[in-house]
Structure formats: C-alpha cells, structure tokens
Ligand binder design. Structure first.
Ligand SMILES: Nc1nc2c(c(=O)[nH]1)N[C@H]1C(S)=C(S)[C@@H](COP(=O)(O)OP(=O)(O)OC[C@H]3O[C@@H](n4cnc5c(=O)[nH]c(N)nc54)[C@H](O)[C@@H]3O)O[C@H]1N2
Ligand SMILES: Nc1nc2c(c(=O)[nH]1)N[C@H]1C(S)=C(S)[C@@H](COP(=O)(O)OP(=O)(O)OC[C@H]3O[C@@H](n4cnc5c(=O)[nH]c(N)nc54)[C@H](O)[C@@H]3O)O[C@H]1N2
Ligand SMILES: [Mo]
Length: 778
C-alpha cells in the first residue's frame, strides 16, 4: 500500500502481533499499528531502529582467538574487547562443517548441545529452532533440552497430578475470557493479570483481545483479586483488590485459604471424595495434625504480610460463588515453584468447582496473549524436525551445570541422569546471555566447550560469546506464514526489504552445511523455500475437517481466517460429568492432592503433596549479609525479552541509558535516592547499574527490574553489567529436583547510588571486526 510518493506500508507479523512497516527505498523508515487490531501493542515502534541497527550482523565472523588457536576451552569468550574476523560464507561454512565433523567423529553427536532455547521470531517455516533441530537430526542428533523457562514446573508437575492430556488442556484450553465474563463471580489471581504480557503470544496473534476481554468481564460483573507485589499487574479499570503479599509467599496464602475452608466446613467434601485422592493428607497438613503447624490465616499473615482477616474473608467469598483461581507463570519461576501450582489446584479442588464453566484452576491468564483466547482443534503448519537418534537430555534451565559438570549425575523428575560431555554449543534464535540466571557463571560455563556457534540477526551478548557467528535474516527479509496457537487468522508474512549485508535465511545456511556434510537431500527433500511454504501449508490443510483456501489463494489473499474453533467446554468438564467413564490419566484416575509417584521420588524440595517451603532459606538468607530487598525480575513491557532493545520504544523507558528500577518511596528515601538517579543493584553474585523510578504502587521492600537489557560487561570495575540486566543478580538454581525450572523471577539485593564516573553502555556498538582473508588450510 502506498503511503506517500516514495513510502509504502507492508503488513508483517511478530510475537507482539501484526503491524505495518513503512518502507522507503529498501529501508524501514517507520512502523504503525494494524488498523484492524482492537488493542495493538506499542512494541511495533521498536522495529525500525532494530532492523538497520549498527549491531546487525552483516557478514559471517570468526573469533580471532579461535581462528588462531583452533577449537578448545577459552575463558576469554565474551570478553568485550575480543576481535572477530569477518570471512566469506564459503570459508565460514567450511570451517563449521569441518568442526561438526570432528566433534561427531571424536566425541559423538551427544557432545553437541543443540537445545538452543529461545523465542527467535514469528514465522512457521523460518523458525530458528525448528531449522536447527531438523539440521542436527539429519546429521545424527544432539543433546536436547527439556521444557521451557516460561513454565517448566507446570509442564512437569501437572502430568503427575492431573495427567495428560489434562495438563495440556490446562495450558492450552483454559476457560475463555468469554466463559469468565459469563460465569465467573471472582477471579483470584496470584501474579496479577499484566496487560503488557498479553501483548505477546508465541507466533503472534492476529489481534490483541486479552485486554478488551478483561474489561468486558469486569463490565459484566466479574470481580478480581490480585496477589502481587505490583499494583499495575492489573488494569486500573478492573478495580481489582490489590493484595501486596511478600513475593514467594503465595503457597502459605493458598494453604491458609484451604485451612479456612476446612475449618469452617466450606470445603466441598463430596467433590474431594469423588474426584481427588490425598485430601486427608492435605487436611492433616493444613490443620497441623501431621507437622504441628496449623496453616491458619494468622500463620500465613506472619509470612506474607497480608492480614489474617482479609484472608479469612477472601476464603469465604471464594466459597460463596463461582471462583476461578489463577496462578500466573511468574509465581512458579522461583524456588519451589511447583508448590504454589499444586496448592492452587488443591484450593480449587476444595472449592469443588473444577469442571464447571468459569470455575476451577488455571495457570496463564495475564501471562500470554492467547491464554483464554479460545482454542482450535487443529495444529498449525510446521516444518518437520525429523527425529533425534541421540538420547541425551538436560532440563533447559540447567545449561551452566551441563557445561560445568560433565559426567556428574543429577535427579530429574524421578530419573537419575548424567550431564553429557559437551564439546560444541550450537545456538540459533535464543539469547541465553539475556535469559539465564547468574550470567557471570554462564560466562564461565561458555568458556568450557571447544566451539560455540551462534546464528543471530544482531551482535547480542550471546553472539559475542561465540567462535563462529553466522548472520541470519530477520522476518522482514523473508517470506513466511504466521500464527499462534488458537489464533484467529493464519497470515502471510511477505518479505519487505532486502537482506541486511550478507545475511542469509537459516534454511539456506543449513542447506549449504548439509551439502558439505553429504546430507543435503535428506535436509531439503529437494524443496526450495517457496516449495516448503506451500508444502507445510498443504500438509496442514489436508488434515482439516473443513475446507480452506489452497495455498495459491491463501498467499494471494494475504491470509485466511482459522477454521472451526472449539466449543467453549469447561476444563475437566468430561471428568466431572463422569469420573469413572472419563478418568484422568493419573495413577488414581483422579486429581492427586497427594501423589505417591512424587512422594516416591524422595525429593526434600518437592514432597508428595503441596507444602510451604521458605524460598529464601538456605539460599539468599546468608545470615552474615542479609540482602534486604527482594528483586522482581519480571517481563519487560518495552519489548519482548532482549529483542529490539535498541528500538525507540524500549529506549524511551531507559534512564540515563540504563534499565528502569522501580523503588518504593520509603525504600528510596531510606537510601537517599531520587527519581532519575543511577544506582548499583548488587548482591553476592554480581551487580548492575539501573535508573531509579519512584513507584508508590509497589510493595515496600520490593524493587522491580525487568529482564532484557542487553548484558554489558564492558566496565567490570563499575558493575558486572553497566546496562541493567537483572540476570547478573539471579541465582542459578532450579525450582526443585522435580522440574528444575527457571527461578529467575526473585532474588535478594541491595541498592545504592552509583558514585563516580558513569561508564558508557557499549553493547549497542558492534564488536571489534576486522576484514579477514581465508585462513590457509593447514
Ligand atoms: N531473571 C529472569 N530471567 C528470565 C525470565 C524471568 O522471568 N526472570 N523469564 C524467562 C523466560 S519465561 C523466557 S521465555 C526467556 C526468554 O529468553 P530468549 O527467548 O532467549 O530471549 P529473546 O530476547 O527473545 O531471544 C531471542 C533471540 O533470537 C534472535 N532472533 C530473532 N529472530 C531470529 C532469527 O530469525 N534467526 C536467529 N538465528 N536469531 C533470531 C533475537 O535477536 C534474540 O537475540 O527468558 C527467561 N529469563
Ligand atoms: N511485553 C512482554 N510480554 C511478555 C514477555 C516479554 O518479554 N515482554 N514475555 C512472554 C513470556 S516468554 C512469558 S513466559 C510470559 C511470562 O508471564 P508471567 O510469568 O506471568 O510474567 P512476569 O512479568 O514475569 O510476572 C508477572 C508478575 O508476577 C508478579 N510476581 C512476581 N513474583 C511474584 C510472587 O512471588 N507472587 C506473586 N503473587 N506475584 C509475583 C510480578 O509483579 C510480575 O509483574 O510473558 C510473556 N509476555
Ligand atoms: Mo517465557
């Protein structure tokens, strides 16, 4: 569409939704929301600066030290002054193919760490991880990773206690917002309903519907209670009751609510008898019969800071109408993160409304844009990844342990596994130097392998830890198909600008590598990109019950509306209607409030029923140095994770170029801090700089620094990260031996004004690049 004489507008798609980019002469000069989106996310405004930024990778590059010394451990990986030699594609791919060949021959395919966790970009075909996994499977497999950073505890715990597919239904087919508006009297959420998080859905959503849906539910009379350290975790218009509990104490609150239900005869005993096992164990625990500690509201008040009368009253209100309990993903992204999930399900079971429309338990409202947006009975077009012949797996958030502890055994979900001996790390479409905990430890871990390979669009901190860096195109530079799970529309994403520098599509890169390794045909199946797009679409279309347009028409039209959507059935409705005929796939066929399986694992950090475990005990409660503030490292509202951090919208939130740190006025006053000050946030693990924002709507004693500022270790005398990445402060420990989920949400810190000369942020400058000659073959 022509906007002015020389500017055209093009629709594109991203994890933060569809939007339009404005292009002049092959350059993105602007962006604007999709006019059809009822509540567009402001993140589109990051695209223009990011697309042509100085940190775009223009040519393949090889770390000087790796070129000179050959493969091997190197503690200098990630050093801000390291030099990269730019080489041509043939040279880079020859080097990489030779190295993959060597590692496979000398150490076997399990020595390749190929999990490559990360969000990459929207697009069903050029999806980085699918491309990488398909390629690695074609050459004999790799060490993969299990589960996600988002909600590993949900993924591992729920199959035990509600079975499969119940656990998937809980994640992907919860009550719709429409069902909530129609049936739910009270939605009690732990971890808020953060609107900025609903801007995101993996693969992008055709329209942002969560915020208008929340408003609609409020308008139809649904009341909201939000347990959260941040007031703005719920939209003002919801008029939610904000209960600013101490972070990490949700389980104590949930147990106290259960205590009231048992104590006052409000628990639905017939539901517990008919649909659950272990209610007696749970009762003995909350009343204190089994451990001498009654989990009363007074007990929980002492732990959480929410007063007992409020909790008692809330339990009664929950029992008096249709109630939905939501435990947001953030709450499980902390030590013992399985417990609030299990306790939340147990509370919903005691209320007896699981399986009723708009009632029961959920985990994900306010965490992702498509949660509650309805489900579709069919999947999405996708690139087949083949199968991995190597049986080597590690929990995704144990990446540093994997690299630092080869050969060491560890427990994981009832299995005893051993960390593989990784020689080559291959990452494409993720930024572990944004996403993982204790980044200084991760940096040491990345010093261990012999070779690190990264495909990236930009010189992220992860790319700067790599020996071989290959430039990938962005979504604006290639044709693709976009949609997220449960989406309303499958969209065409057309290429709108030429590739930056010599950047290439992942598919082209892997095709050339596969050719060098003698497996081109197996990788490509003889198809070009255009043929693959048509193929995956037609494969998908063939599986649909209703007819949709053939590929040519889909492409021509720019998209199709998604066929048949599921009837809004209640989650676990069939089980409720006939528990014998439709048992859950758990050992008992019921909801397990006590799990013999989990108890049998013998994990002190995740016993056989929900329990209160203090997340700080033995962790950050160093008696000698009590860190007084709890740091909440939640999702950034200015961008998706670390993506497009140099974009206009993301930068507009920074203070003196640093990530914003929100501080309660009294905590600020106690430290002599004012708005706009640059501070050092620190603990035993590291420190980062940040800019102060005074925020009355935060629980006292809590500070908030969202994730995703690009990790900048260029001035270690000032701070481990001068830009404000909270993962220099977080503890690299899993939720428990059950799921080993990410615990990055919470840590303990102190904050003080930064004194001295403020070091510049250097991470938005490219690294030292020199033009290379092809290395000699010797
Ligand atoms: N402290 C703390 N840490 C956390 C969390 C937390 O709550 N607290 N949350 C965690 C969660 S839930 C998640 S999901 C993770 C997210 O962590 P990541 O998913 O790793 O973060 P992203 O910044 O999205 O990284 C994606 C990378 O892919 C690159 N990319 C984009 N398109 C392409 C492409 O086409 N090809 C290639 N090769 N690369 C591309 C981008 O430039 C970017 O660097 O962070 C986790 N980390
Ligand atoms: N804009 C934007 N949206 C995103 C993302 C992004 O990077 N940017 N990332 C996406 C991804 S990959 C994921 S997995 C989801 C994650 O979705 P969530 O995990 O739900 O999101 P968070 O923002 O990490 O946390 C939500 C809120 O939980 C509260 N909270 C933290 N700790 C506690 C606690 O102990 N108890 C209680 N009751 N509340 C607590 C915090 O105040 C925080 O704002 O977000 C998605 N949405
Ligand atoms: Mo996530």
């Amino acid at each position: 569409m022509t906007v002015s004489e020389d500017v055209t507008a093009h629709s594109t798609s991203s994890h933060w939704g569809t939007y339009e980019v404005l292009v002049r002469g092959g350059t993105v000069v602007g962006a604007r929301p999709d006019p059809a989106d009822p509540a567009p996310s402001p993140l589109y405004a990051n695209a223009p600066a990011a697309q042509h930024h100085a940190t775009r990778i223009a040519r393949p590059a090889v770390r000087r030290r790796w070129l000179d010394n050959g493969p091997g451990p190197d503690d200098r990986r990630g050093h801000p002054d390291d030099e990269y030699v730019e080489v041509d594609w043939a040279t880079a791919l020859d080097l990489l193919a030779g190295e993959l060949e060597r590692v496979r021959r000398e150490h076997g395919n399990a020595a390749i760490y190929g999990g490559s966790y990360g969000w990459a970009s929207a697009g069903r075909f050029h999806h980085s991880q699918s491309q990488l996994h398909r390629f690695l499977n074609t050459i004999g497999g790799y060490t993969r990773t299990a589960n996600t950073y988002s909600h590993a505890a949900v993924e591992v715990l729920f199959p035990h206690i509600v079975g499969l597919p119940g656990a998937y239904d809980l994640l992907y087919r919860p009550p719709t917002w429409e069902a909530i508006a129609g049936h739910t009297d009270l939605l009690v959420t732990f971890g808020g309903l953060r609107v900025s998080n609903t801007w995101i859905a993996s693969g992008g959503r055709a329209a942002h519907t969560a915020e208008p849906d929340m408003r609609k539910a409020a308008g139809r009379g649904t009341r909201f209670v939000s347990f959260s350290p941040l007031r703005d975790d719920t939209l003002d218009e919801l008029d939610a009751e904000w209960l600013a509990a101490a972070p990490g104490t949700d389980t104590a609150i949930l147990l106290a609510l259960i205590h009231v239900l048992f104590d006052e005869g409000l628990a639905d005993e017939s539901f517990l008898d008919r649909y659950t096992v272990g209610a007696d164990v749970l009762r003995d625990y909350v009343t204190g019969a089994s451990d001498g500690v009654a989990k009363t509201p007074e007990w929980a008040a002492g732990i959480s800071g929410v007063d007992a009368a409020t909790l008692r009253d809330l339990a009664r209100r929950m029992a008096s109408g249709r109630t939905l309990v939501n435990v947001g993903w953030s709450v499980q992204r902390a030590r013992y993160g399985e417990q609030p999930l299990w306790a939340g399900l147990a509370l919903a079971a005691c209320l007896g409304q699981i399986g009723l429309p708009g009632g029961g338990f959920a985990s994900g409202y306010g965490s992702m844009g498509n949660y509650g947006g309805g489900a579709t009975p069919h999947g999405l077009p996708k690139l087949p990844q083949g199968s991995n012949p190597v049986d080597s797996v590690v929990p995704v958030a144990r990446v540093s342990d994997t690299l630092l502890r080869p050969g060491e055994p560890f427990d994981f979900n009832g299995r005893r596994l051993t960390y593989p001996d990784i020689r080559l790390v291959y990452w494409s479409g993720g930024n572990p130097f944004h996403h993982h905990q204790d980044l200084r430890r991760l940096s040491r871990a990345f010093g261990r392998p012999e070779t690190v390979v990264v495909h990236e669009t930009h010189w992220t901190s992860t790319a700067r830890h790599a020996d071989i860096v290959l430039p990938s195109t962005t979504t604006l530079e290639r044709d693709d198909i976009a949609a997220s799970r449960g989406d309303l529309r499958l969209r065409v994403m057309r290429r709108v600008v030429p590739a930056h520098g010599e950047a290439r599509d992942e598919y082209a890169i892997f095709t050339d590598l596969a050719r060098r390794l003698g497996v081109e045909k197996a990788f490509t199946e003889g198809r070009s990109t255009a043929e693959w797009l048509e193929h995956i679409y037609e494969e998908w279309r063939a599986g649909l019950a209703e007819p949709v347009a053939p590929f040519a028409r889909f492409w021509e039209q720019g998209g199709i509306d998604m066929p048949a959507r599921h009837e809004a059935t209640a989650l676990f409705g069939a089980f409720r209607a006939d528990p014998r005929g439709n048992p859950l796939h758990t050992p008992s066929g019921r909801i397990e409030l006590f799990s013999e399986t989990i108890a049998g694992f013998g994990y002190a950090d995740c016993p056989g029923h929900p329990v209160w475990l203090d997340p700080w005990e033995g962790a950050d409660r160093d008696p000698a140095r009590k860190w007084p503030l709890v740091l909440v490292a939640n999702q950034p509202k200015g961008r998706l994770h670390s993506q497009q951090d140099m974009g206009a919208h993301s930068r507009s939130e920074k203070i003196a170029g640093r990530a914003p740190l929100r501080v309660h006025p009294q905590d600020a006053a106690a430290r002599g801090l004012s708005a706009g000050d640059v501070v050092r946030v620190f603990n035993d693990r590291g420190s980062c700089l940040a800019g102060v924002v005074i925020e009355p709507g935060i629980r006292r004693g809590v500070v908030q620094l969202s994730t995703g500022a690009w990790f900048d270790p260029s001035a270690p005398w000032a701070a481990s990260c001068v830009h404000g990445n909270p993962n220099v402060l977080t503890d690299d420990v899993g939720t428990s031996a059950l799921s080993h989920g990410c615990t990055g949400q919470l840590s303990r810190v102190e904050v003080g004004r930064f004194e001295g000369e403020l070091p510049p942020v250097r991470v938005f400058d490219p690294p030292r690049l020199v033009a290379g000659e092809a290395p000699d073959a010797s």
